[in-house]
Design a protein around this ligand. Structure first.
Ligand SMILES: [Zn+2]
Ligand SMILES: [Zn+2]
Length: 278
């Protein structure tokens, strides 16, 4: 039966890397830590770097791409990126890394995993979010979004687990010591997602089937874990229904490996068939 194993190896402006595997195919979503640090954090999960089957980049900013080319060259791993991301990041001769050009609003197969890509609203060349699928399991992954666009809502549709950005508290950003231009950039519709905007998404548009929610890319200067958590918990309570389990992510260490199995088909009290996710 298909399974997903997920660990967020690092999250935040100092580097974003997410590991996901179905038990045989292993991929990284973003590679924004130094190559050696990615290797080290993978080993804490019992994964050797050469076992990675692909690295997919969401966009070119260095907190998402820093170690990508070095890692792929060293371990003979394919690098999947849009044309825009490729042009902004490639640092090594093409012969050293096998680059697979992907397009937003398309899908790519890596072994038995299918990854759907969708455009994200961010100030980058050609940024994308991901939906990784195998059987009935689907994991949505989206950070660095200035707002929740229709494409993001569509991209996360059908997911049973999601990683999404909770970058800043609006009030903290407003009062921060960031220069005005940076404050404006982060808070713009092509910057980063606030706790408040995430809460609105959770309350009104989160897919019913979501059982696990990773909140990611928290700003060290303009957010606190407690604030982000309270914002999400409040929104999920107002939404009603079964709330997903919330997982924090960290800049300095991986999250524990989360194992997800396919939903089971069972009969409820009224003898109606329903899908139950673990
Ligand atoms: Zn970015
Ligand atoms: Zn970022």
């Amino acid at each position: 039966m298909p399974e997903f194993h997920i660990s967020v190896l690092g999250s935040g402006s100092s580097g974003n890397v997410t590991f996901i595997s179905d038990g045989s195919v292993r991929i990284l979503l973003d590679a924004g830590l130094a190559c050696r640090e990615i290797e080290r954090r993978l080993r804490t999960l019992g994964v050797a770097p050469h076992q990675i089957d692909g690295v997919l980049l969401s966009h070119e900013h260095s907190d998402h791409s820093k170690g990508a080319w070095r890692f792929c060259a060293k371990h003979a791993v394919r690098l999947y990126a849009t044309q825009g991301t490729y042009e902004k990041t490639h640092k090594l001769p093409d012969r050293e890394v096998e680059w697979v050009r992907v397009r937003s609003s398309s899908s790519v197969k890596i072994g038995r995993l299918t990854v759907d890509l969708f455009p994200t609203p961010h100030d980058a060349a050609d940024p994308v979010g991901f939906r990784v699928k195998r059987g009935k399991l689907a994991f949505g992954h989206v950070t660095d979004i200035g707002h929740i666009s229709d494409a993001v809502v569509d991209g996360l549709r059908g997911c049973s687990s999601i990683l999404i950005e909770a970058n800043h508290d609006v009030e903290m950003l407003r009062n921060s010591e960031y220069p005005a231009s940076l404050r404006a950039r982060v808070g713009s519709r092509f910057g980063h997602l606030s706790n408040e905007a995430l809460a609105r998404y959770l309350e009104y548009r989160l897919p019913e089937a979501v059982r696990h929610l990773f909140i990611a890319h928290l700003s060290k200067q303009n957010n606190h874990e407690r604030l982000a958590l309270d914002c999400c918990i409040g929104a999920l309570a107002r939404r009603g229904g079964r709330a997903p389990k919330i997982h924090l992510t960290y800049s300095d260490r991986p999250t524990p490996l989360l194992r997800l199995t396919e939903p089971k088909f069972v009969f409820d009290d009224h003898n109606q068939g329903v899908l139950v996710f673990s």
